[in-house]
Design a protein. Structure first.
Length: 215
């Protein structure tokens, strides 16, 4: 899965998240969440499926890695459901959001209230069906700070998907940079944080994108 591409990239470039406020979209079971927590100061892990959230929380509680001795401050992690799209984000801020499934009572949401902005947004395997691309871009646009950066990894299953992504980003004054080649460059000593990384061959359809606001 594309999570392996994103996790490896974050391990090779720990400075990207260091000390930052980070949002993860499509967190799933939490592999990338665990890797990101090694560096950032605050992490909001989100997923659109309410039934996934308990598993995500459990994996974080049981598997959250320890930071090195020179980083005594622990990453503050919150977990919540998040539907994509401008309308969904606006409802969330007004408190018109149900944390559970249909018919569940409305609960206090970690993103409710002020329009919170994040310096970094990360996600993997979140670009799949073309109809969900624009809601995803709207969500990135809504939560990304003016100088923020989003890192998105995915497998290109159709050229149409990438074209739709590029057009949607352009419509929201966002720009894309392809970092795919960077994902196959190992550190000089082959190690990250004292851990030896195994050789990695980026699949031909693997993509790693950097998204920022246009000047």
């Amino acid at each position: 899965p594309a999570a392996q591409i994103l996790c490896r990239y974050l391990l090779q470039h720990p400075e990207l998240l260091e000390g930052q406020r980070v949002m993860e979209v499509g967190a799933g079971a939490g592999l990338t969440t665990l890797i990101a927590s090694l560096q950032c100061k605050e992490l909001c892990a989100t997923d659109g499926q309410a039934e996934v959230v308990p598993l995500l929380e459990r994996n974080i509680n049981e598997l959250k890695p320890k930071r090195t001795q020179d980083k005594n401050d622990e990453c503050q992690i919150s977990v919540c459901t998040l539907q994509w799209g401008t309308a969904a984000c606006e409802k969330l801020e007004k408190g018109e959001v149900c944390v559970g499934g249909e018919g569940e009572s409305v609960c206090v949401h970690p993103l409710k209230g002020e329009a919170r902005k994040f310096e970094r947004i990360i996600g993997s395997d979140v670009i799949y069906w073309p109809q969900y691309i624009r809601p995803l871009v709207e969500t990135i646009d809504h939560f990304l700070s003016d100088t923020g950066i989003a890192y998105i990894a995915y497998f290109e299953r159709a050229k149409l998907t990438t074209r739709e992504l590029t057009q949607a980003l352009d419509d929201h004054n966002l720009q894309l940079e392809d970092l795919s080649i960077e994902c196959i460059r190992p550190p000089e000593d082959g190690c990250v944080g004292g851990v030896k990384l195994t050789p990695f061959q980026l699949p031909s359809d693997g993509r790693m994108f950097k998204i920022t606001r246009k000047p």
